[in-house]
Ligand binder design. Structure first.
Ligand SMILES: NC(=O)c1ccc[n+]([C@@H]2O[C@H](COP(=O)([O-])OP(=O)(O)OC[C@H]3O[C@@H](n4cnc5c(N)ncnc54)[C@H](O)[C@@H]3O)[C@@H](O)[C@H]2O)c1
Length: 474
């Protein structure tokens, strides 16, 4: 239960309590309320007090307007409460015999609210984007591009699936981008995971792209880079992304995923604490828990049995952590251990055998295109919040089982999938997982439409077709 709910319940109980006391009556209660409205108002006092209330509240409104801080729910109640108190005090202080001194207790409160608003992280872009128009509509991007041009983004893992999409999207908006990637994916997965072809594309396509072949495990270099750059936005996607691989290389996995992330966060706290920090994480942090939900076996997939089941506060930094479902897009260097649709399509096109590990091939994943991930990050950049965590995926309407993905791949290419069934499932693999997107949609309502569009127009088929383009052209 949130603080706001508790306060509302408290206020409701306080207002109702007199009705339960034997000494009080309804008439008594009403007459107390009426008493406060008695004596009328004195016009000259009212005008004077309105001006004084304006004097107290104007700096807060002014600051809110120009910094558009990411007020969390508590802050919003705080500012709202102050506004109501000022309005009520204005009435009380305008009665004959009263005066401006009634505002005295509100002066320190106004100063506190003003300070808290001033310290909240500011949003960098004022104009609103229509999410239905996507991230990079040529026609209406000009104004935003001009504003974004003043900004520097640091993207880690810039040659990976998400990092490269984000780099392109934000570069189109006019950001200057510094990308960090040391092609560690080739170390994790061998030559098939090599991402140097993506680096070549970024360098030839984007004049404002600057590459730093830095290992995020190297603390001093990361600190120096961020001290020097002081980016306005950090998008952290560098990672060892495969849970299967993690079991074989636990130290390396921890050092890249945990320690590397800490290096970046601490550097951000020291040198650019107001810059939004977005961490592209994974739903695998939920471990086996999704597998403990009651499931129903349908003809081609597993599903939740109960249809109702879906799925730096300390430093007050504008950070968010995205728990991704299956992410996909044209820049994926898909391998067997990582890159579901990209690897599946590669197998279909090249006539390779695809191995299904357990769960009857009915295991369900929800898929989201890397462009939509970049759009979400852009929305967070515009309205950052403190220490948020969001599930990010395609949701139920954009989910498929392995067999359903086979079927769609065959429809797209006209080729039969070659596959083999291995009885044993992958450790840590989810039987059925599609993201609960409600929090994401509540926090950033404009994305609800964006998600619908993604569901309607793109769907898994679009993810597969994108993967197909990749496999046949590159
Ligand atoms: N692709 C998916 O299906 C998926 C699903 C859920 C969550 N995620 C998460 O999203 C994030 C990004 O995933 P992705 O698919 O873009 O991965 P990716 O492997 O395509 O990209 C990661 C990039 O980081 C780079 N990198 C790795 N270690 C590095 C280091 N020490 N220093 C510098 N660069 C390094 C790699 O070379 C690679 O180019 C990861 O945290 C992953 O767990 C991905």
């Amino acid at each position: 239960m949130g603080l706001a709910t508790l306060l509302s319940i408290g206020a409701a109980v306080a207002a109702t309590l007199p009705f339960f006391l034997s000494s009080s009556t309804v008439e008594g209660y009403i007459s107390v309320m009426l008493m406060t409205a008695n004596h009328g108002l004195k016009l000259s006092l009212l005008i004077e007090n309105l001006l004084f209330a304006l004097l107290l509240f104007a700096p807060i409104v002014f600051t809110l307007h120009f910094r558009r801080p990411a007020l969390d729910a508590f802050d919003s109640w705080f500012v709202g409460g102050l506004f109501v108190s000022l309005a009520m005090t204005t009435i009380v202080a305008s009665k004959p015999g009263a005066g401006m001194h009634h505002f005295l207790p509100l002066v320190p409160i106004s100063i506190c609210v003003l300070l808290s608003v001033l310290q909240a992280p500011a949003s960098r872009l004022a104009p609103e984007l229509n999410p239905r128009d996507g991230l990079h509509p040529e026609k209406q991007c000009q104004e935003e591009c001009m504003i974004a041009k003043q900004h520097k983004a640091l993207v880690t893992g810039s040659c990976g699936l998400i990092g490269s999409e984000v780099t392109r999207s934000f570069a189109r908006l006019g950001f200057s981008i510094t990308g960090v990637d040391n092609n560690h994916r080739a170390v994790f997965f061998g030559p098939e995971g090599d991402t140097s072809w993506v680096l070549g594309q970024l360098q030839s396509e984007l004049p404002q792209y600057r590459h730093a072949s830095i290992d995020i495990r190297d603390r001093e270099t990361v600190l120096a880079l961020i001290e020097d750059l002081k980016p306005d936005l950090i998008i952290h996607t560098a990672a060892q992304p495969s849970h299967d691989r993690a079991a074989a290389i636990p130290f390396l996995d921890f050092e890249v995923n945990a320690l590397g992330t800490l290096h970046l966060l601490e550097a951000a706290r020291r040198f650019c604490p107001e810059s939004p920090f977005i961490h592209m994480s994974t739903n695998k942090v939920y471990g086996d828990r999704p597998n403990t939900l009651k499931l129903a076996e349908l003809e081609t997939r597993w599903d939740y049995a109960d249809p109702a089941v879906q799925h730096g506060r300390y430093f007050r930094m504008p950070t968010c952590c995205l728990r991704g479902g299956c992410l996909t897009g044209p820049n994926h260097s898909g391998v067997e251990l990582h890159g579901f649709l990209s690897y599946l399509m590669k197998c279909n096109v090249e006539g390779r055998e695809y191995k299904i590990f357990g769960y009857k091939g009915k295991q369900v994943r929800d898929n989201i295109h890397s462009e939509d991930v970049a759009s979400f990050m852009y929305e967070f950049w515009k309205s950052p919040r403190v220490a948020e965590v969001y599930n990010l995926g395609g949701g139920k309407s954009n989910s498929c089982s392995i067999f359903e993905a086979f079927h769609m791949a065959e429809e797209v290419t006209g080729r039969k999938m070659k596959w083999r069934y291995v009885d044993e499932n992958r450790i840590g693999d989810h039987i059925c997982y599609y993201s609960d997107l409600r929090k994401m949609q509540v926090a950033l309502p404009q994305l609800e439409n964006c998600q619908d569009t993604a569901d309607d127009l793109r769907g898994d088929r679009r993810e597969l077709e994108t993967a197909l383009v990749l496999q046949t052209t590159g």
